[in-house]
Every structure is written in C-alpha cells, then in structure tokens.
Write a protein that binds this ligand. Sequence first.
Ligand code: ASP
Length: 815
Amino acid sequence: MQVLKFGGSSVAHSDSIKRICSFLEKKPKGRYAIVVSALGNITDQLIQCGQLASERKNIYKNILEEIEIRHLNIIRELFPITDQSYLISWIKKNINDLESLCDGIFQVEELSKRSLDKIMSFGELSSSFLIAEKLKQSGLDAICKDSRDLIITDSQFGCAQVDFITSNHHIIQFFREKTSKYIVLPGFIGSTLENETTTLGRGGSDYTASILAAAISANILEIWTDVSGMMTANPKIVNQSFPIKEISYEEAMELSHFGAKVIYPPTIQPAMKKHIPIQIKNTFSPLDPGTLIYVRKKTNISQPVTGISGIQNLALLTLEGSGMVGVPGYSKRLFEALSREKINVIFITQSSSEHSITTGIHEMDIIKAKIVIDSEFAQEIHQKCIDPLKIEKDLCIIAVVGDNMKNLHGTSGKMFSSLGRNSINVRAIAQGSTEKNISAVIQKYDFKKALNTLHEVFFESPPKQINLFICGVGKVGSKLLEQIDQQKNYLLEELKLQVRVIGLANSKKMYFNENGINLCQYIDHLNKNGHKMNISDFMEKVWKFNLRNSLFVDNTASEKMAMTYEKFLKNGIGVITCNKIACSSDYDHYKKLKTLSRHFKAPFFFETNVGASLPVISTLNDLINSGDKINKIEAVLSGSLNFIFNHFIGKKSFLEVVKEAQHKGYTEPDPRIDLIGLDVMRKILILARECGAPLELFDIQQQSFLPPSCSNAISIENFYQELHQHRDYFFNIRKKAEKEKKRLRFIARYEKRIASVGLESVQQNHPFYQLEGKDNMVLYNTYRYSEQPLIIKGAGAGSEVTASGVFSDIIKATK
Ligand code: ASP
C-alpha cells in the first residue's frame, strides 16, 4: 500500500486535478491512500471569512461566494453535465452550512478556535470529495473517506494532538475492511471523541498522510508539492540553493523545524518510527528526482553538511548572576516559568561557569517572558544574587545541519571562520552532542549574508562571487570597468571568480543592481536610472545589501571619499583605492585604517598610490616582511613631472608641456598638486610609513622649483597664467642643466627616517638619467640589496595602467 499526498497547489485548478487523476490511472496495480489538501488558497480564504464575520464585516459573504464559485467552476470543468447536479448540490449544501456558521459568528462577534476548525474543514472535505468523484468517473475503484472518522485528537482546536492508539486502531480496521483500490481522504482534519472537528495545524495534511502511512505500514509516503524537494537552503534567500536528493529523518526534522517550509515538521515522526521512506516530489516537474527521506546509513565525508537553515525574529534572554553558580534549580525554574506562559524555547546555552543561562525565544514573546521571569526570580533579583532578565532583540538563528558532521573535525571551524571573514558577529552558539546541528545566533541584519556565505562554503564549488561597489567612473574608473568587463570570462574560468559590480557612482549619480550591473550599459544606467549621489546614501545602500565578499573601490581623488574607508573596513568591507588622500592624511588615520583592516579582516590595498600599477608598495612590503632592512629609497615618483621634464625640450614652453601632460591624463585633475610636488610628497610619505616611519606630510623636506607666485596660484587658470609669466625662469633652469649635460628629475628620497623631495639635475651615469616619458623608477637600497639597488621601473601614470593596478588589487583582495 502506498500513501500519496497532494498539496494545495497540486489541486488548485481543474487542470491540476485532471493531471493527478491521469497520473493515478497510470500507477501500477495496488492500493493507494490519497490524502489531499484544500484547493490552493482556500484555507486562507476560509479563515478570512471567519475573521471578517467576527468583526461584523459583511464582505465575508463575498468571500464565501468566491469559494462557492471556485468549487462550482471546478465541477463544471471536470465533469459532464449529466453528473454535475449531484456534485453541485453537495457543494451548495456545505456552503450553506458554512454560511450559517459564519452568520452565527457575525451575530456573536466572536470566532472561537473550535468554530474556525469547523470552517477550515470545508476546504479539505470538498477537495477530497471532488477528487474521489473524478476518479470514480474515470472508472477507477475509488471512494472518499472522511478522516474525521479515523484520526482522533484531543480538543486543542487549531493544533490538535493526535490520540495515536485510538486513531491507529480505527485506521487499521478501516483499511482492513475496505478493499477499494483508491481511497481519497481529506488531510488536515480530525475529530475529538465527542465528534467535534479539529485541525492538526497549518500545513497539517502532510501529517495526516504520515499518520495513515505509519498506521497501515505503507511501503512509501509520497508528498506531491510545488517544489522539487527539500532545498539546501531557502531558495528565496539563497539563489544557488538546490534540492537535496537524499536526507535522513533526523536531518529532515532539523531542517523542517528551521524554516524549510517544504514539509510540515510533525510529519516526519510517524513515518520515521516505522522506517517508511518519504519521497517529496514536484507535481509540476514530476521528472525531477525530488528528496528521499529515509534511514540513511551511508556517510559522505566530503559532504558533511546536508542543509542550511535559519529562524528570523529571535530574541535572547540571559539570566545572569553570581548567585546561580553551583546552585541547582535555576534552569528548572527558568524553563518552567517560560512553559507556564506557553513560550516556546528555540535555543539554549549555558556557560560552564554556570554564571549565566541564555535562551532564544520568538521576539513576539519577550514581554510575557520578561514579566514572568522577573517575577519568578523577584527575590533573588532583590537580593542582588542575580540581575534582572537581559533581553536582546533583532537577532536570528542560522544552522548547518548534517548527520555526517558527527566525529568529523573542521565543520564548525569552517562555519565560524567564513562568518568571521564576512564580519558576521556570532552572539551565541549551540551544538547538541549528536553533532547534527550547529546553530549560531547572529544579528537579523546579517541573516541573508550569513546563509549565502555558509551555502557558498559548504555547497558551492567555485566560482566565488565578488561584489564590487565602485565610486569614480572618470578616467581610471571607466578603464577599470572596461577591463573588468573584458576579463570576466577569464576570471570565471581560470580564477573561478564571478566579479559583479553591484553599485556604481560618479560625483552626480549613483546606481545599484543587486544582480550585477551590465557593464556595457553602465553609463546609460547611471544617467537614466541613477539617483542623486550622496556618499552617506551610497554607504547606506552598501550596508543594506550586506552582501558577502564585498569590496569598495575608490577611483576618485576626493577627500570626502577617503574619509569613508574607516566605516567600510569596520563593516568588514575591503577597500581598494588609487586615491592617495587617506594614506597620506594624518599618520594616526593611516595607522587606524591599517589596524581596522587587520582587525576586521578586510583588505585595504592601495598599490596604485605609488607608481600606478608598478609593484612598488608590494615589493617594499615583501622585503620588509621577509626580514630585509630598508637603508635608502631614491625615486622618481611622478610620471607627470617626468613626462614634463622629458618633453621640455626644443621650442615648447614649460606651460605648453604642462598642458600636454594634463591633456594626456598624466597629471592629477589639478596639475598644481603635481607641480608643487605635493603628489610626490604624498607618495614618499606613504613609502616612508610603509617602512615604519611615523611621518606626517609636513615632515617631508621640500625644495620647490616653482616661483612663489606659481606655488600660491589661487586657481588652475591663475596657475597657468603664472607659468606663462615665468617662462624665462623655467627656460633658464633647463638651459643650465643642458649646459652641464645633465637632466632634470624631480626626486624623492627617504633615508634614516628623513624624507625629502625636490628638483635635481642628474648626470649621465645616474639610473634616473635615461628615464623615458612618463616612467617612474624606484631604487630600494637595502641590507640585502646593498651593492646594487633593487630597481622597479615602468610607466607610473596613465589611466590604463592605474586601472590595471586597481584591478590587480581587487583580485588580490579576493584571496
Ligand atoms: N489546507 C491546510 C493549510 O493550508 C492544510 C494543508 O494544506 O496541509 O494549512
């Protein structure tokens, strides 16, 4: 004998009922108990009727009419006219009874749980009646049996408890006496010994089916629903979740309790007791394998976790105090007090010092809990032996579930380190000694991120998803987006990274797309669909998305932007920046960012702050980390100044060359920053700081080669005017160098904790003499590289190379 259960969505329309009937016709010969839910959504409508009637709202009549029409239409669509009248009058009679019941409720303005159960029973009674009739009409040996004659319960209306001894007796007797091949039964309903209708809890038709299957020792219990089985995680929260093929009863129980709404949790118990396999199948995709719940003996060490789940809206109650230590009875009193108030305890932990007990309950119960516990322990609180109950809200539980976790080390390590890496703070932990479930209490705000993080770690083979929030789509930013777009397939195939840009902003607009912005059309999106850019709104959005593996990328030169890094790092979001302002601001700020990065395990990379994409900072770090000592740094760090002095030849005036450099994108947006040497000062400052010197910008010695009126120019325009005015001055500097067969180079130096910048003329044998175009060159003279310096040379400016440096920092950060 097999028991098949069809849920509400599987019997929602005449088409679906037809499909079920033809499916049953094709089943091999045998006997089938078919348990059905009400037609999809009918139970909700019935509840609504009762509630509206109790509020004296007449529109309950309209809903009753809708319910009636829906059933009558199904009759018309399923049966030939000749068979309809009996069925229609059956439905009409039941609707009349229902209406009388609702009228009564309307009069007394009260809806008892008892009346509501009666009202709800209409749904399953009607669907089972119609389906049985349809099977008969198709020539099958079918009957309908009212489950209320078989399933006997107590009188806890709304969620009645089953009297298994009596029910099993009735069920066995009925199935022994009745020989029909197809017995259709309404799910969800039962009756008290006094013949009053009860229900088994919302979703209870699954339970009905399991009770029947266990009683008659069915070969299998098939649950036909609208999803392809129990999923590795809630698919509404974790897109990548997938159906679990096989699962043990215990795992299914753990997952169903934790919000995997595929099966009503009490369903597992009766089937499990008799070792009856439960197969979950999708009516709308019957070829999908679904989930088989059974006694699973095989252990799969490579897949210790079967599913991930969670409960939202949790509150933690903590009872704490020195008076509790070593005194038996505190936990008994705590749990008794909660149970008296019918408060369900979801989670329990107690520290081994016995100084505190923490329990998790639904947030809606906190007021009741506070009153009852504080009054239970009033005397101890008064005597200051314990503190008043502490309540923490806005929490949730996430849990990894799996039989195979038992005796296998590393699962909790993996779980907590991945949560930690994504800055998810764990407030409390519980793991039963059965090792089937590891639960962690975290902030509700992190729920989605945590589930996705755990799913990625335990179920997803690469690619790893990387979520970028990028500010600045100017010269560097636009090149970066171009490079990311060009490289995305390579990243996916070779590095197993799925890099998505979730947020994008320029100085005017910001635009977000949780599924990743199409980088071919980002300008359109920004202009047409973007909102007004505001840094705090941008950050708010990033917090709200709260995506795992998030990185913030700053391609601007904005000071305001540089001041946001602290917040990003504190939120565990890595910062990649080509903006030098943060690392060359106050030493304390720079140090703080580095500390935050370490503390929150959020990468903070700024390789492009010095020498664009040349590995200047990473090489320095590698030298220092491997124990080398930096004696001296000599460097040409300004691609723009080098370009300017290399092109300040022939007839061109100094101003013309400066403008050319600016036009080519080699200077900062404001060229004064390059020419007064500020940009180079910032760079050598950053290198000095990376060497461990706590220097400030004002500690850098600077010999400006500009006349004071140029250095003090109040605007870019004014600066150009002054450069023009002093064209002879610049010409003379050049002539002097040429005469001595030297070349002009703007050089930064760092030695013995002293840093300086200035224009120098270098001789032919100096490595800087041959420096072409906009190239940079850094000479590291170290303990190990003492005879010949370690030299890094190459293009040190330009949007293309800077973007590629930012890009490689992004890739580095993903590791
Ligand atoms: N019809 C009931 C409900 O919607 C029972 C069930 O479908 O399992 O909760």
